[in-house]
Structure formats: structure tokens, C-alpha cells
Ligand binder design. Sequence first.
Ligand SMILES: [Zn+2]
Length: 294
Amino acid sequence: MSTQDKSSSRSRSKAIGKSAIKNTPPKDTKKVSLFRRLDIRFPWLKLVLVVFIGIVAILDLLDLTISKTNNHVILATVAPMQKHVKVTERVLVGKKLVALTFDDGPSSATTPILLQTLEEKDVPATFFMLGKMAKNNPDLVREIESKGHEVASHTMYHQNLIRIPLASAKADINEAASVIEDILGHKPSLTRPPYGNNNAEIRKAMDTPVIIWSVDTLDWKNKNTEAIVSTTMSEIHDGAIILMHDIHPTSVEAVPTLIDTARKAGYEFTTISELAEIKEVDLEDGELYYNILP
Ligand SMILES: [Zn+2]
């Protein structure tokens, strides 16, 4: 046999193989013909099947609505009717940025009201909480963080750290950090010493950026919503850290007007860490910050 013959016989057998495959009846011919036969004998069967599948699909959907995607469905149908639903993201570009900070809480009496206001206004804040208050309100601490606010430490018992032995000050700072870590699974991102009082050793012991404030609303003193707003607006500036206390009802009451007034004046709100990120300021552990300016 010549080389040509070999190759031609190979291609022939290939061709035979292909046609053999082509000619093999499809495996599901029997099934198809069975359906055809059924279709001819029971022409209404198709309609019954379609209706049955439709009912099953609807039941399945209802079941999903009730069980798995309960939240999702409720949000999709009810949310647009609720007033506090976020319809827009905060626009930070071209705005003067400030951080609202709340000390001495969280309090089960006043902090939930504040959280609702902040949600309605789409304002994230920074909470310098006391370890002893956090320990008594762990669910509130988790809620604060879950709503996009920053959780920071204001020490355990609000002692004047520069007036007590350094060892006691360190113990107080560390206890607060542990309480917050136990609740949230991570340590507080920032620390604010009570009364703003600190020294080099205390800053070092805090082991986080040390945050004071540049706008003191004096809310704890005046306990007057109008005074809180006017004091803030007279001192507010780009990069400001605004000091408030979420344990006083008057402070919480002042927040909606304060937010609206500041926004009218071209300000927008961020957490301290977000503010530092936007201003490209690297917050360093043990360093002192009164405001966040590049
Ligand atoms: Zn305080």
C-alpha cells in the first residue's frame, strides 16, 4: 500500500466514523416520542403542567419572601416610604469637613435618640465612650459601630489622669481598651483623656492617636440647645473636632439644628479617622491632635 493509499484510507475511515456518529439516533428519541405520543393523546396535559409549575414557582417565591429574604423584601417594598432612608450618599467634595464627637456615653436613655438623628441626617460621628458605660451597654456599643460611627476610648472611669499615679492611669486606659475589645473584637481606634488632661507618659500609655478638640460647645455647662448651636457656629472651621456629650438630653436635642445649620454654611460631617484620611493626615499613636488639618 502506498503512502497516499494509507492516508486516503485513513481519511475514509474518519469519514465513516463521522457519518456513523451522525447516523446514531439521539439517545432521547424514545423520550421525545413518548412526549409526542402523550401530547397527541392528552392535549390538555401541557396546560396542566404549565399551571402546576406556575403554582409551585409562586409558592416557592412566597416562602422565600417569608423566610430567607425577609429583610430584603421589606426594605424593597417599605423602605422608600420611610422618611429616614438614605436617598443620597454624603457629598464630601468641595465641602469644609468637621468631626462631631460625643463623650462620656453611651447612655441607654439618650444615645439611642442621638443614633436615630444621626441616621436620619446621614451623619457619622465619633464616640469617645467610657469603659464603665460601654460595659453596661454592650449592645449599644455594637449598634454605634454597626451604624458606621467610630468607637473610641475616653478611659474607664473618667479620672483626671495627670493627678493619679501613672500606674493607675495606665490601668484605667488599658481597662477601657479591653472592655471595648471584648465587645467589638478590636481595640478603640483613638483615645481622648478626660478634661483633655495628658502628658507624654499618658499619651504613650494610650497607644493610639490622642484626640482633644478645637470647638468646645460647652454643652455640659449651658445645657441649652440654642447656645450649643451658636457656640459651635462661632468657632467652627474646616478640619474642626467638635466636642459634645451624648449623656445630656439638651446636647442630643441640639444635634439636628446643629447639623442643618453647619450644612447651610458649607460643612459636611465625617468621623475623625475618615477626616484624617481625606485630609491626608497620618494619625500617629501617642500624638496629640486638636483638629485635623494638613
Ligand atoms: Zn468626658
